[in-house]
Design a protein. Structure first.
Length: 132
């Protein structure tokens, strides 16, 4: 992953982690950057239980089928999956279509029960706007 993309994702994921903690001070967050692809994952826990598992995708990783395994794992293990797409590459209407399709594909690809799904757009400053 290019250093500028890594720095950008580090900033966006760090800000998202801060936003989740600000919304609920009892939440503890951490995040990791994927070593293989330009994406990040933010995990939020409250009272030892995962309350949010968010994948911050880039245009290069948003439609990659290999990521489905990660989404299904989060749905089955934690009961929650969130996916954020970059506002610079997706209009809100296209993002809603992609995210809605993704939610259905997670359910069909091995999610073993009900799971919460949220979809977001994020901007270059790390602001997130919920679409689903």
């Amino acid at each position: 992953m290019k250093q500028e993309v890594k720095a950008f994702l580090d900033t966006v994921a760090g800000r998202r982690a801060q936003q989740l903690q600000k919304q609920d001070p009892a939440v503890k967050t951490n995040y990791a950057l994927d070593d293989q692809a330009p994406r990040a994952v933010v995990k939020a826990e409250k009272d030892g239980k995962v309350v949010a598992f968010e994948f911050i995708e880039t245009a290069q990783t948003a439609a990659v089928h290999a990521n489905m395994e990660d989404y299904v794992f989060a749905a089955n293990e934690f009961g929650t999956v969130s996916v954020a797409l970059p506002e610079s590459d997706y209009t809100p209407s296209i993002a809603v279509t992609i995210l809605g399709d993704l939610r259905g594909r997670i359910a069909r690809s091995g999610a073993s029960g009900e799971f919460a799904f949220a979809g977001y757009l994020y901007d270059g400053l790390g602001s997130f706007r919920k679409l689903l």
